[in-house]
Design a protein around this ligand. Structure first.
Ligand SMILES: [Zn+2]
Length: 95
């Protein structure tokens, strides 16, 4: 009887380990798939931004410029003109 219980317990342990291994493998594949989807999404976003299209709503992007105070340079006030792309149709803006 004890022998049968040991055998049963070993079988249950084996099945549990097998199930955990299968789950782990599924999770690894899912993780890999999600990483690929994210990479492709980032590439599409970059390509859209490069052609001045909003990566969120596909409307045309606008370039917004502003001046920032940079203290002084050789005794004269210095400013720097900065620019970034924004979408006027949704809330997307370049970092
Ligand atoms: Zn947009």
């Amino acid at each position: 009887m004890r022998h049968n219980l040991d055998k049963y317990e070993a079988e249950v342990n084996h099945l549990q380990n097998q199930t955990l291994n299968d789950l782990l493998q599924d999770l690894k594949e899912l993780h890999y798939g999600l990483r690929n989807i994210k990479k492709e999404r980032d590439e599409v976003s970059e390509a859209l931004i490069a052609t001045n299209m909003c990566p969120k709503c596909l409307h045309a992007l606008t370039i917004e410029t502003w001046m920032e105070d940079r203290g002084e340079c050789f005794g004269s006030p210095a400013t720097e003109t900065l620019a970034h792309k924004v979408c006027l149709f949704c809330d997307w803006e370049e970092d």
